[in-house]
Design a protein around this ligand. Structure first.
Ligand SMILES: [Zn+2]
Length: 91
């Protein structure tokens, strides 16, 4: 594994221009989402993968329009909705 270091400057709006070579290596295209993970040693930038809109999980995703929910959150939403339906249903 090759470690490469790229430098860029933060502008007055706290934006950083990514070096073209880094974008090519990460297969980033204009409009792609990236994820920045803060660590005690600095920040790590990765190309964002689809993730659950509620918990951030990247596994067992189901699409809902332009959003994704993981199966665990889908179950939670369904159970919460069923509970609220029972409370609001007239007897
Ligand atoms: Zn989730």
């Amino acid at each position: 594994m090759t470690n490469l270091i790229f430098s860029s400057r933060v502008d007055s709006w706290f934006r950083v221009e990514l070096p073209l070579e880094l974008c090519e290596r990460l297969f980033l295209q204009p409009g792609d989402k990236v994820r920045l993970r803060y660590t005690t040693k600095g920040a790590i930038l990765t190309k964002a993968k689809p993730c659950c809109s509620l918990c951030g999980s990247e596994s067992r995703l189901r699409p809902f329009g332009q959003w994704f929910l993981c199966e665990r959150c889908v179950s939670w939403v369904i159970s919460t909705e069923l509970k609220s339906e029972k409370k609001s249903r007239p007897e």
